[in-house]
Ligand binder design. Structure first.
Ligand code: ATP
Ligand code: MG
Length: 409
């Protein structure tokens, strides 16, 4: 796309109230805009990144049999009263009522809604297992929405829910999804740990969090000094720390700052018992459905990528999620149109800086926006282009064919 048409323009200054790196850089570079505390627009560049993150998640969740659908966000009070969470989760819920005094909540999660779907549709063991998911908005009344897009009061989540005949089937599938999450966060390029945690308003059971190591993170984990085992702060403080339960050699005492990007919950039969979600087994006996849920926050993932990958000039996206493959800068005497068309023909998604602004401004914007490869066409470069990667200082002069070949690799 032509940069002259891209909405909005970049900004030199970060918003005055911006404290975190992701807030400053994503706003300056034109990826997000803040409507009020915790409430963000994904601008065209930001939506491109989130769409790529979502596609990676979608591919890995589909690979473990998840079926994508879309559930509503406005829920009746009654369904949340069935599990008691209308009261128990009062603090994080946005509740509202209409002109006829009927009460609702804006979704902060969807367990109850999936349970309702299951009780209408599951009859026998032959109807199980089921794994369904969606990408949609969550609303949570977060007390401290200060970390830019890492903590929204309205944010995007991929939530997957699975239902099973028994504990073993649930645990086996839970492990499979854990594996899918590892693949997702590897593909996103994170340095992360799978951490034992508690379940908050979701469950009494142990859960697993996916925590990205980052010095500015709000969370704290405690890792084994000999193996990859780790627990979150709540669990660390709640028990006597002896030898690592996994390797039986190391000590769990290495404290690290992290950002939580995913959390999976083996919920068991608690929800089915309260919402009467039963199936008949092979012997004709009525049994409660075993249930688990699995969340990732794609908008938080975008912010976390910026926290872990930037320099003092701007963002450094990796290829997997960059808003464009190429940033083509046209300086006086260059042939931007030709190169742009050739890239387009080969399916390379380029942002073409066709604006009539000084070269210095183009270079600064390219560094700020952070697309992994920058090409410069100019009078000096003739029919070649200058190739520079965002995370390197090396400049190379290449023909267009060489560029196309390199992009195929
Ligand atoms: P936190 O402890 O950071 O408040 P949480 O444990 O309450 O998060 P979960 O209910 O586990 O969050 O939600 C699943 C995922 O959704 C999280 O791992 C995170 O990626 C994302 N997420 C949760 N809360 C927010 C938020 N306020 N803004 C953006 N993403 C969020
Ligand atoms: Mg969590």
């Amino acid at each position: 796309m032509k940069q002259s048409q891209l909405f909005p323009k970049t900004r030199k200054e970060a918003p005055k109230d911006a404290e975190s790196v992701n807030h400053k850089l994503l706003v300056r570079a034109g990826f997000i805009d803040q409507l009020m505390s915790g409430s963000w627009t994904l601008l065209p560049l930001g939506l491109r990144v989130v769409a790529k993150i979502n596609q990676i998640i979608r591919e890995e969740i589909n690979a473990v049999g998840g079926q994508e659908m879309l559930m509503p966000l406005l829920h009746p009070k009654e369904i949340w009263s069935e599990t008691g969470r209308w009261d128990k989760a009062d603090e994080i819920m946005y509740k509202l009522s209409d002109a006829r005094k009927k009460e609702y909540v804006l979704s902060f999660t969807h367990e109850e809604i999936v349970m309702d779907l299951l009780r209408k549709n599951i009859k026998s063991y032959q109807d199980l297992p089921v794994a369904v998911y969606h990408f949609s908005t969550k609303f949570r009344n977060e007390p401290r929405a200060r970390s830019g897009i890492l903590r929204g009061r309205e944010f995007m989540m991929k939530d997957l829910y699975s239902a099973h005949t028994d504990e073993k089937d649930m645990v086996d599938y839970y492990e499979k999804v854990k594996g899918a999450y590892v693949k997702i966060f590897d593909r996103l390029g994170f340095n992360f740990k799978v951490v034992e945690a508690s379940g908050g308003v979701f469950t009494e059971k142990r859960t697993h969090e996916f925590q990205v190591l980052n010095a500015n993170g709000e969370d704290e984990i405690f890792a084994c000094d000999k193996c990859d085992y780790a627990v979150n702060k709540e669990i660390f403080e709640g028990k006597e720390q002896e030898l690592c339960p996994k390797c039986k050699k190391g000590k769990i005492e290495k404290k690290e700052k992290t950002v939580e990007v995913g959390n999976i919950f083996p919920l068991g039969t608690w929800y089915a018992e309260r919402m009467h979600v039963y199936y008949t087994d092979e012997k004709g006996l009525k049994k409660p459905v075993w249930f688990a849920s699995y969340g990732i926050g794609p908008t938080r993932v975008m912010g976390t990528l910026v926290e872990v990958s930037h320099d003092d000039r701007g963002i450094i996206w990796n290829k997997a999620v960059a808003p464009f493959n190429i940033h083509l800068l046209e300086l006086p005497g260059g042939n931007g149109k030709d190169i742009y068309e050739k890239l387009k023909e080969k399916g390379v998604d380029a942002l073409w800086d066709d604006r009539d602004v000084p070269p210095g401004e183009k270079f600064a914007d390219a560094d700020l926006i952070g697309i992994p490869v920058r090409l410069v066409t100019s009078e000096r470069n003739g029919d070649k282009v200058e190739w520079k990667e965002r995370n390197s200082e090396e400049l190379e002069l290449l023909s267009i064919d060489e560029v196309l070949k390199r992009l195929e690799e």
